[in-house]
Write a new protein. Structure first.
Length: 255
């Protein structure tokens, strides 16, 4: 399952059923688990671990050194989970020492052409990144987030569960879970109702989140007051997720 033109370091580890296409380069210390396919002209650099049954497209650069001027060649890692589709020309960088030493990508993600995941990012599961979506360093992305094309997220931002980031959007602050963010400097435009319905949220759950949204972002109440009202009047796991995310924000949230 290894093409004759591929270059594989003697200390790289490939499990059974790995397919390596033409002109791929796999560097020292790379570990690729069973069933994963590299389609061709792909480079997997040192310190990278790739899970089972992933597909990586042509000319992707996976596990390259971080684009960080403080990086001095330390051993850091990139860990990618299972069942990910990574399309052509995608770049994913490994971590930095001061950022925890590891970039991580979870399971069942669809990362489209020319997308970029920078050093020390933490990407969850079932995330979709459309063409040219870009994450700067130290960004945290929760499960079921969707990024449309040509959007960019500022370093150290967080994107909450089931959020949707629209195309050509610049994200300078945290995007709360369940919301739509759009604009050259992202603002919130209500709940990601289509996404929530697709993932089985009930009408009751969506109704509670709508009320929470109105209290936080559309009322004249101060933020701390609206949070208190929500905690008193609403309940449920999703409400707790929203309140906890806002309370723990360090960069502030898009409004």
């Amino acid at each position: 399952m290894i093409h004759t033109t591929a270059i594989i370091h003697d200390n790289a580890r490939l499990d059974e059923g790995v397919h390596i296409g033409p002109y791929c380069i796999i560097e020292e210390g790379v570990y690729i688990k069973k069933g994963t396919q590299l389609l061709g002209h792909t480079i997997i650099q040192t310190g990278t671990e790739i899970g089972e049954y992933c597909t990586i497209g042509p000319f992707a650069s996976i596990g390259g050194p971080p684009q960080d001027i403080t990086y001095k060649g330390e051993h850091t890692r990139l860990v990618i989970g299972n069942n990910n589709i990574i399309k052509e020309y995608v770049t994913i960088n490994r971590g930095t020492v001061h950022g925890g030493g590891m970039t991580s990508v979870g399971n069942n993600n669809f990362i489209m052409a020319y997308a970029h995941i920078a050093h020390d990012c933490k990407v969850g599961n079932n995330v979709i990144m459309a063409n040219c979506a870009t994450l700067a360093g130290h960004v945290e992305v929760a499960d079921y987030v969707v990024f449309a094309g040509l959007c960019a997220v500022h370093q150290f931002c967080r994107i909450g569960k089931h959020a949707f980031v629209s195309g050509i959007t610049g994200v300078p602050k945290d995007v709360p879970p369940f919301m739509i963010a759009a604009g050259s400097r992202a603002k919130l435009y209500g709940l990601n109702i289509v996404g929530l319905e697709r993932h089985g949220f009930s009408k009751e759950e969506i109704s509670k989140l709508k009320k929470a949204y109105r209290l936080i972002f559309r009322s004249s109440l101060p933020l701390h007051t609206s949070i208190k009202v929500i905690q008193e009047e609403l309940e449920g796991e999703n409400i707790e997720e929203l309140v906890s995310f806002i309370a723990s924000s360090k960069r502030g949230i898009c409004r």
